[in-house]
Design a binder for this molecule. Structure first.
Ligand code: CP
Length: 315
């Protein structure tokens, strides 16, 4: 595996191998000094053309914990503002001997395009509505660890709720979760479920109340208003009434069921509860798990030696 562009490119065995590696990385993260020399001499650059808190910082933390050198490219202060093209920007960074580009862009397909302009590995950190594969791996890792069923989701039902249409997280999660054996139910207003979702390996329902008492995971999504050009719901208030996670809805969930959200949350719209107050919430655990999962991805793509993982030796 040289690049990670889409969760759909991952086989079941690829996913298992990455989650197994993430288990190992989680153990490293629990050490007093959570750092190994596995990627010493490698350089990872974050190239984010769209805002991010969790993904960018967890990739940078992951690279540092593997002893890679890191660079952060800031689009807003770069020579893009003087008319430099994306291609020239990537070729310029490549000329500094970069081993991996971690790319976020508002346009679908940009990470794939970048693979044509560099010999380095390219990791998709979110491209438009298309894909966000490391979020899906993080979510699968979080669910299987919560249920203590190492890397299988057979027999589990996961409801992904809200703005499916504009969600790269939903598309990536459907690919990963179904390959691990889960049944995925998409829940939202028909205006926010893509027409072609009928061909996806999912069930579709238009009422959260219809299924909330039956599922093992309630995975809430944000209304991605930055990707909407027209109104997709009559009002945000009506959307919240039908699809917001309220304390009353939480009270109807199965006792063991989990609440998840990739963040950022829109409090009062998709989340009318405070997840910090709910034992069922895995929202912060998803953030925590983002580091070992991204360590696993970087280590797998950049080919560090496995002996360097077990030593715990300081670089
Ligand atoms: N989940 C996620 O991608 O969050 P950020 O936009 O903060 O990276």
């Amino acid at each position: 595996m040289k690049h990670l562009l889409s969760a759909q490119d991952l086989t079941h065995d690829d996913i298992i191998a990455l989650l197994d590696m993430a288990d190992h990385m989680a153990e490293i993260n629990s050490r007093p000094v959570p750092k190994v020399p596995a990627l010493r001499g490698k350089t990872v650059v974050s190239v984010f053309f769209e805002d991010s808190t969790r993904t960018r910082l967890s990739f940078e933390t992951a690279a540092k914990r593997l002893s890679a050198d890191t660079m952060t490219f800031s689009a807003s202060t770069s020579s893009l503002n003087k008319g430099e093209s994306l291609r020239d920007t990537i070729e310029t960074l490549s000329a500094m001997r970069v081993d991996a580009f971690v790319v976020r862009h508002k346009s679908s397909g940009v990470p794939l395009q970048i693979t044509q302009w560099t010999d380095a590995s390219v990791i998709n950190a979110g491209d438009g509505w298309h894909q966000h594969p490391t979020q899906a791996l993080t979510d699968a890792f979080t669910i299987t660890r919560s249920f203590e069923t190492p890397h299988t989701l057979a027999g589990r039902t996961i409801a992904i709720v809200g703005d499916i249409l504009h969600s790269r997280v939903a598309r990536s999660n459907i690919a990963v979760l179904t390959k691990l054996g889960a049944k995925v139910v998409l829940v939202g207003p028909n205006t926010l479920i893509p027409v072609h979702a009928q061909q996806w390996p999912v069930e579709i329902v238009y009422s959260l109340d219809e299924i909330i008492a039956e599922v093992d995971v309630v995975y809430m999504l944000r209304m991605q208003r930055e990707r909407m050009e027209t109104a997709f719901v009559p009002s945000l208030g009506e959307y919240t009434t039908r699809f917001g996670l309220t304390i009353e809805r939480v009270s109807r969930m199965l006792e063991h069921a989990l609440i998840m959200h990739p963040g950022p949350m829109n409090r009062g719209i998709d989340m009318v509860v405070d997840p910090a107050q709910l034992a069922q919430s895995r929202v912060l655990q998803q953030v925590t798990n983002g580091v070992p999962v991204r360590m696993a991805v970087l280590f797998t793509l950049l080919g560090g030696g496995s002996s360097q993982l077990s030593t715990g030796e300081e670089p």
